[in-house]
Design a protein around this ligand. Sequence first.
Ligand code: PRX
Length: 647
Amino acid sequence: MKELLSRYPVSPQATQNTHINADKYQQMYQQSIEQPDVFWAEQAEQFIDWYKPWKQVSEVNYQTADISWFKGGQLNVSYNCIDRHLASKANQTAIIFEGDEPTDDFRVSYQELHDNVCRLANLLKTRGVSKGDRVCIYMPMIPEVGYAMLACARIGAVHSVVFGGFSTESIKARVLDADCQVVITADEGVRGGKKIPLKANVDAALVDCPDVHSVIMVERTGVEVNWQDQRDVNYQEVINHYEPMCEPEMMDAEDPLFILYTSGSTGKPKGVLHTCGGYILYAAMTHKYVFDYQEGEIYWCTADAGWITGHSYIFYGPLANGATTLVFEGVPTYPDAGRCWQVCEKHQVNIFYTAPTAIRALMGLGDELVEKHDRSSIRLLGTVGEPINPEAWHWYYEVVGQSCCSIVDTWWQTETGGILITSLPGAVDMKPGAAGKPFFGVKPAIVSKEGDVLEGEARGRLVMTGSWPGQMRTVYGDHQRFFDTYFSQYTGYYFTGDGAKRDADGFYWITGRIDDVLNVSGHRLGTAEIESALVLHPKVAEAAVVGYPHEIKGQGIYCYVTLMSGVDCQQSLTEELQALVADELGRFAKPDYIQFAPGLPKTRSGKIMRRILRKIAENELENLGDTSTLADPSVVKDLIDNRIVHG
Ligand code: PRX
C-alpha cells in the first residue's frame, strides 16, 4: 500500500516561480504584523487604483465594533475590475461561460464585460437606482450575475445576492430586510438538466414586498412567465438601447459594496456588510497569492455567486487581477461525474477551486471518470468550506492532481471577506487536513472557553487579534448584533465561531463550528432557522435540530420534533415536514431524519440540552455526559429507544 504522508514539504520545483516562497512569506508576514499600516498602504497602492488617497489606513475598535480601512480614499470597484485592464486586455477573455450542457459555452472579453456592465448600470439608473440603494440579485450561474454585481458597484448601489437555490420565503425575508426596491433575476435557472423557476419564485416573494418597483429579468430558457408591465423589464429586449458607457461613481473606501446574508446560531440570517476599499484589496491580494495566479492563466472556482466564495473568488478577486475566470452553470455530476475534469480539459484550466463535499462525492464514483480526461493543464487545486478529511485530500492530490499539483486549503468565512488561513503554495508545507498558516496581516489566536489565550500547541476556540481589510463592517441595520455576535464573547478579539487546534509547527487545524451552525455540503445553516420552519407546521409543538457527521455532505440534518398532543406521527408527516423546510429555506436544507419525540431533554430552566441530542443523533450513546440536571431524565431513554440508526 502506498504510504500516506502527513506532511508534504514545499518542493523546490514549486518555489521557483510562485509569487511567494517560504522566505518571502516569513519576511512579508513579519512586516505585516509589525507595521500593519505601512504594509497595507503598500499593498493598497500596488493592487488598487484610487481616485483619491486615503486619510488613514486603519481605525479599529473592537470595544464598539467600529472598523474602517482606507477611509477618505476614493475608488470604484467596477473600474478596478474592468476599466483599468482595457488598455492592455480589451480582447483578453474575462469570463469563460460553461453552460449546464457541455455543448453550451462562450467567452466574454474585458471589452464586452465593460460594455455589458455599463449598459446594465444605465438601465438600473433609468429605473431610479442610485448610490446607496439596495438591489437584490437572484440569478443562475450565468455571466449576467457578474454583470449585475459589477453594474451595482459601478453606480454605487449595494447588491444583495440571494442564492438561486433559496426559496420564496428566503427571497422575501432578504428583500425586506435590506429594503431592496429592484430585483434582477432570470426566467429560469438550469442545473443538472433541471429547471428552476426563478422568476416565479420572485413573483411569489414580491407579493409581500410592495416597495419593489422593478424586476429586471434575463431570459435564460425563454419559458413563458407571468408579467407585470409596469414592474417587469425584459433584459434582452431593452439592453441594447442603453449606452455601453457609464461613468463609474466615485466611492469612499468605506461606502458599502454589498450585503450577503449568512446564518448564525440564533435568529434570522444576518446581512453581512462589506465595503468597497478594504474588501476589493483583500479579495484581489488573496486571489493572487493564495492561488498563485499568473498572467494568462485560466482559473475556475466552482462556487455559486450566491455565496461569499462566488463573490470574492469568481468575480471580484479574479477580475480585479485581470484574470480569466470560468463561470459554470451546472453541477459536477451532470451529464456524468467526470464533468469537472472534462471542463478542465476543454478550457485548459490551470487553477481549480472547489469544496471537500464535491471531492468526496466524486471520489466515491471511481477514478476512471477522472482519468479519462487530460488534466495536465491543472497546476493548483484549492479547497474551501469545511475541513477536508485526509482521505479526500489524498484522492484530490494523487488522482486528480497526479501528485504534482499544490493543494491549497483555504479557511475563511462570509464575515472575513477573503481567505485568512491557508497553505500558501510555494511557501507553506501541505499537511492534509490542516487549514495552514495565517495570511499576511492575520493574527489568529486560540483561546479557552473562558477566554484565556493559549500559547504553543493548543486546542480551543479560534479568534482573531486585530483587523484585516476584508473584514465585514456591520450587520446591515443592526450594529448591536454585529458587536454581540463577534466581539462580546472575548474582549478585544473577533470570535470566529470555530474550534481549532494549533500544532507544534504553528499550523491551524479547524475542528468545526462550536455554535449551533451546521455546514451541510458547504452550505451554512443555523439550526434555529430549521427549527423555526418546522414549528410553522400546525401539528408541531416544538423542534430541536442538530447535525451529525455525514460521509459526503460533511454534516447531515437530524431533527427532533414534538407533536401537538393527540397527533399521530405517520410517515406522511415526516415527508410533509421535510417539504416544509425545503420550501421555507431551500432544497439543500431538507432534513435527513426526523425523529418524533414526546419530550426533549431540558434543564430545569427550560434550556434544551443539545449536547445529548447530538450524541443520540451520532449514535454515541456511551458518552451522554451528565443527565442528572435534566428536568425529566426519563425523556432520554425514549429518545434513545426511538432513535433513527443511520449510515
Ligand atoms: O466552519 C468554518 C467553515 O465554514 C464556515 C464559514 O462558512 P461561510 O461563511 O458559509 O463561508 C464558507 C466559505 C468561505 C467557517 O466558520 N470553513 C470554511 N472554510 C473552511 C472551513 N472549515 C475548515 N476548513 C476550511 N478550509
